[in-house]
Design a protein around this ligand. Structure first.
Ligand code: AMP
Ligand code: ZN
Length: 121
């Protein structure tokens, strides 16, 4: 897919509206349009990568940054077990259509606000 056609690239550029949660020079985070938990946020790199399967060696720091941002957002929302050991949240990265990926711009789902089950569907 060309970046020009990518829905998340358009959201990052402000061409499609979104409910922004966090932004810095490398990362954009916003509320999922079809939440599957009381809180459902997507954290995406501003750099277009289709998925984890396109990561290159130079992207390792970027992925670490995304997970650090996830930690900070979860703490802002009060979901962190570091704050309250009874709380928790789930980070999900669907990678490929068989795994349930539908938008082919790498994103980390941050799910919180309810009990989670395992294994996922
Ligand atoms: P995945 O199935 O892992 O590729 O996740 C894609 C996610 O993007 C789904 O949870 C969708 O609800 C979400 N999504 C699709 N379009 C939008 C949009 N315009 N704004 C916010 N979230 C979206
Ligand atoms: Zn994109």
């Amino acid at each position: 897919m060309r970046m020009a056609d990518c829905i998340f690239c358009k959201i990052i550029k402000g061409e499609i509206p979104s409910q922004k949660v966090y932004e810095d020079d490398k990362v954009y985070a916003f509320h999922d349009i079809n939440p599957v938990a009381p809180t459902h946020i997507l954290i995406v790199p501003k750099k277009h990568l289709a998925g984890v399967y396109e990561l290159e060696e130079g992207d390792r720091e970027l992925m670490g940054h995304i997970f650090y941002v996830a930690r900070k957002i979860a703490e802002d929302l009060g979901f962190s077990p570091a704050q309250d050991p009874t709380r928790g949240y789930r980070l999900v990265v669907n990678s490929g259509s068989q795994a349930g990926q539908t938008v082919f711009h790498l994103h980390v789902h941050l799910l919180g606000g309810r009990e989670m089950t395992w294994p996922p569907g």
